[in-house]
Design a binder for this molecule. Sequence first.
Ligand code: SF4
Length: 450
Amino acid sequence: MMSSSHFFTDREYKTVFFETFGCQMNKLDAELSLGLLQEDGYRIVDKVEDAYVVLFNTCSVRQHAEDKVYSHLGALKTLKKKHPEVIIGVLGCMAQKDGKAIFKRMPHVDLVCGTRMFSRLPELILTIRNHGSHVLAVDEDQVVSVKRVAAYRPNAYQAFVTVMRGCDNFCSYCIVPYVRGREISRTISDIKEEVQSLVSNGCKEITLLGQNINSYGKGLPGNVNLGDLLSALEDVDALDRVRFVTSHPADMSRDIIRTISRLKKVCEHIHMPAQSGSDRVLGLMRRGYTSGYYRELISFAREHIPHLAVASDFIVGFPGETEEDFQETVQMMEDIRFQNCFIFKYSPRTGTKAAELIDDVADEVKRERNLKLLELQKRISLEENKKVLDKKVQVLVEGGSKSDPGKLSGRTRQNHIVIFRGTPDLAGKLVNITIQEVTDLTLFGKLAKG
Ligand code: SF4
């Protein structure tokens, strides 16, 4: 550990601690940032006290996520007093949202870097080292183009690839359009090149990432859409599987669904947040569709894509949500029988339209409704998973099971987690597993004969 009079070599300066919060897009931005810093000679350390650059990649989707980062920053005040040369940076959505207000609240923070500026991290850190503190980089219009360091990723066989950034939907409760900016899509050739480099580096499964991936292609020449992108990846040799997240029902076209039904590599799993089963609440949320439209879309998708698994998101306790509204959400979950759902309690986000509404659903009621939907989904997931008992499923082996040492884990094309006994050399391979036991979250089985 450094002493206050210590003179720093380049090598010591180039140590970075990086903590990321929030969604898959943030995790991928962290991976891209660390790849860049590594290329610039940085060593990644896993303890704050071993680093000269301490970075937090932040999330603003709920107040709680921001409070957590501010408490981390508060805790670094002493370290900064003792070692003023240490560089502390805030990246991501909270940096984009709060900007220079972070310097006011936490004067010991040196860098505030927004959601579209992380590709300049090495240069921004150098600026602080050479010219001193309080560098603000929150330009919204910057096109994010980061040369991916294919070798640097947390999982050898799977990778996320950003295909577009930002969102133009402005759902009334959501902060994303204010912190991630307007929708901008990468070209199909750019994405395909990145996918090919990942596949040549051993990747078997690619998940395409976009806050509102169904509007991929908007603004690109030639009127391309998500269907065209998925079709373009169908001929990438050695790529086994393609997934995509996150879909917005109003932007999911029947054409895209028909295209998916013709493609072999696109997995039969769609994550399509419904958010509520009540038309009145969907209107207040400015989601742009009705529960009837949503139900028809899911039926159409299930009709055209055999064995399709659908996951969803729901928000409980939105301002004005009555017991009747809530019961319509319960009914939608009962009728559609999702493979799994993420359930959230409404939390107002300053700056969003919904924040202007009175948050009149009591916390106790929010908790109750949240629990009811979690229990309902747990029952439905278990019943649906029982349907694959004694069946053979294709699994991409990810490696050793985190929950069950000595066993392997992987995923089906429907995104089920599968645990089974096997040898480590199966990692990265597609195997058939006969399912013998299930819970609401996991399938357990054995390697199928032949
Ligand atoms: S589509 Fe998703 S990311 Fe976009 S505003 Fe709505 S909830 Fe937010």
